[in-house]
Ligand binder design. Structure first.
Ligand code: ZN
Length: 263
């Protein structure tokens, strides 16, 4: 009897313990679920913000007076001093050592020369009005950044089995040699689709048809690679001012040809 009782109370205790541990388990699972929900919510918030951050709308920041975005400003900007916007940089013309650039930061962290910011903003607004969503995926680059892009490209070709010389030669048709990249000027931008509302092909088409109206040219057209020394890059737009861009567009000239004809 005693044994029986002992067994019975032992059984009850076991059951209670089992129940207790089950409750603890459930409690733990609930806590894990709520922690996951909080993390999920945070992730969503941060991502939501990021999506906004990479929206093509440039937002002002560093150290410059806020440019007033109006067409009047762009016209003034365009005619006052055209020399800075017609600087030629390519594999045969390196950036002057004393080149200085004042930068304006865009909402996604990219930076551009402050002087092209109003025109860029205007172009993005016009594209958006046409239902095309643009993103600046690469603006100003330091020489160091350009060098690391080159190193990456060379390494990628080597990994494909190219010799050191071949890899370098091949890489240089895609990545500008440091000191010869327009990105180091801050007046060139790589523009792509936002990947949500627009596709790359739509963006390139829109830019090709409209870029010049805002002073931007398709810098490396497919039919000018011999002259520019760079392969077709439908995303790379360079600011030259509205007047020059319009003339180049009308006469189908790349920057090298335009400057040669002018001189
Ligand atoms: Zn580019």
């Amino acid at each position: 009897m005693v044994n029986c009782n002992n067994n019975y109370s032992g059984y009850k205790r076991k059951r209670a313990l089992k129940q207790h541990s089950r409750l603890r388990k459930n409690h733990m699972i609930l806590r894990l679920i709520s922690v996951a929900a909080v993390i999920g919510l945070l992730w969503y918030c941060i991502n939501g913000l990021n999506l906004k951050e990479v929206s093509p709308e440039p937002i002002l920041s560093i150290g410059t007076d806020s440019p007033d975005i109006s067409s009047a400003d762009i016209k003034k900007d365009d005619t006052d001093d055209p020399l800075w916007s017609l600087i030629l940089v390519n594999r045969w013309n390196v950036i002057p050592e004393d080149y200085h650039v004042d930068l304006t930061k865009l909402s996604n962290g990219q930076t551009v020369d402050t002087r092209i910011y109003p025109a860029l903003q205007n172009m993005f607004d016009a594209a958006r009005a046409d239902g095309v969503n643009l993103v600046v995926v690469s603006g100003y680059r330091t020489a160091e950044k350009q060098q690391s892009l080159m190193d990456e490209k060379v390494a990628a070709y080597k990994a494909e089995g190219y010799s050191a010389y071949q890899a370098k030669t091949e890489a240089e048709t895609w990545v500008a040699i440091p000191g010869t990249s327009e990105h180091q000027l801050g007046i060139a931008v790589d523009i792509n689709a936002d990947g949500v509302q627009s596709k790359g092909s739509e963006v390139y088409k829109w830019l090709k048809q409209n870029g010049y109206r805002f002073g931007f040219i398709l810098r490396y057209p497919p039919d000018k690679t011999e002259i520019t020394g760079v392969s077709n890059e439908p995303w790379h737009y360079r600011y030259v001012g509205i007047k020059a861009a319009t003339e180049m567009n009308d006469q189908n000239l790349c920057l090298e040809e335009y400057l040669r004809d002018k001189n």
